[in-house]
Design a protein around this ligand. Structure first.
Ligand code: FAD
Ligand code: NAP
Length: 315
């Protein structure tokens, strides 16, 4: 295969937005190429049950994403395991340079690079990443059988992580900086019912405590947000679940953005500030950030790209 690959439409990202765009673009006979990135299937591959994908009362996140990938492939989308490291949206055709050394040229592009986990930015957080500090209970929960673990955050993800960890841990401490959760009511109900979970309200994590040899977390220093008192708690692991930020570093300098890197799209469309470049999914959305809303904007992006390409034949 040549190092220069040209397509009418390049889709970057393999989450619900990317694969949905691929399904629609393939049916529109655009022969799209989709680059999966380092997380094939996107964020849902690090969760377990998904209970709000219409048509599936309950499905494992990784299974849902395999179904989406198969669907896109079956309709003719070329799905490539590669990662884009540079993107030039100033010249036409657009050019994406991949880790493999390949150059992907395209007349139009759909950006669907999603979002990535936020970290607290604590002094010891980086040092203990992989040694007790994690952002993925599905990936690492198994290592905490009969141990005490902490989860930080108060959204859907924190609550789901806490519930999942009760399968392994003897006790789960949910640490939240306020006195109410923002997670959905159904998840809050499950949380309150679970005897293994204790919620530490109004607590801020000041730092992670651990041992060096072998490296491992032993606890956390917390601050009570009401009276500023410091408290030490014991825990063998801590799962950070404090939200996500858009994965837009590649093109943040080239496109209009808002709220820390989300891509601006024209109201009611997926058009970005550069003609022929469309964006979808969590990358454009600082409000809903759901699989189904990402899929919906992925669909819109493919339809918008089709219209753009037919207007600009040989773009
Ligand atoms: P993502 O799923 O984030 O996928 C982004 C893709 O872009 C990835 O494939 C990545 O490899 C690729 N990529 C990034 N950078 C590059 C690059 N430079 N080159 C090539 N590719 C790149 N939502 C629900 O509706 N229901 C749930 O039950 C639910 N549970 C969740 C549980 C967890 C633990 C998490 C973290 C999220 C959950 N969500 C849930 C939210 C949902 O996963 C996201 O809203 C959705 O995945 C966003 O889809 P997306 O296609 O925009 O991006
Ligand atoms: P989120 O909804 O943005 O919640 C982030 C939580 O972390 C909030 O409770 C926030 O506290 C807290 N937080 C943020 N920064 C913090 C900091 N520096 N220190 C301490 N706490 C901090 O994020 P999420 O839970 O990761 O969910 C992301 C998106 O994915 C959401 O749209 C969510 O609905 C979706 N999702 C859906 C499901 C599902 O449908 N079952 C499951 C998982 C995720 P405050 O509340 O004080 O702001």
């Amino acid at each position: 295969m040549s190092n220069h690959i040209k397509s009418k439409l390049l889709i970057i990202g393999s989450g619900p937005a990317g694969y949905t765009a691929a399904v629609y673009a393939s049916r529109a006979m655009l022969s799209p190429i989709l680059i999966q990135g380092i997380q094939p299937g996107g964020q849902l591959t690090i969760t377990t049950e998904v209970e709000n994908w219409p048509g599936e009362e309950e499905i494992q996140g990784p299974d849902l994403m395999i179904k989406m990938e198969n669907h896109a492939r079956k309709l003719g989308c070329e799905v490539i395991s590669d990662h884009i490291k540079k993107l030039n949206l100033n010249d036409r055709p657009f050019c994406a340079e991949a880790d493999s050394g390949k150059l992907y040229y395209a007349d139009s592009i759909i950006l669907a690079t999603g979002a990535q986990a936020n970290w607290l930015g604590l002094q010891n957080e980086e040092k203990f990443k992989g040694f007790g500090v994690s952002a993925c209970a599905t990936c690492d929960g198994f290592f905490y059988k009969d141990k005490v673990v902490a989860v930080v955050g108060g959204g859907n993800m924190a609550v789901e992580e806490a519930l999942f960890l009760t399968k392994f841990a003897s006790r789960v401490l949910l640490i939240h900086r306020r006195d109410s959760l923002r997670a959905e009511k159904i998840l809050q109900h499950r949380l309150m019912e679970n005897k293994k979970i204790e919620i530490l309200w109004n607590k801020k994590v000041i730092d992670v405590i651990g041992e060096n040899n072998p490296p491992g977390v032993t606890g956390l220093i917390l601050e009570d947000t009401n009276n500023k008192k410091l408290i030490n708690i014991d825990a063998s692991g801590v799962f950070i679940a404090i939200g996500h930020s858009p994965a837009s570093e590649l093109f943040v300098e080239q496109l209009k953005t808002y709220d820390g890197g989300y891509i601006v799209t024209e109201p009611g469309s997926t058009k970005t500030s550069i003609e022929g470049v469309f964006a979808a999914g969590d990358l454009v959305d600082n409000v809903y950030r759901q699989a189904v809303t990402s899929a919906a904007t992925g669909c819109m992006a493919a339809l918008d790209a089709e219209k753009y390409l037919s207007k600009n034949k040989g773009a």
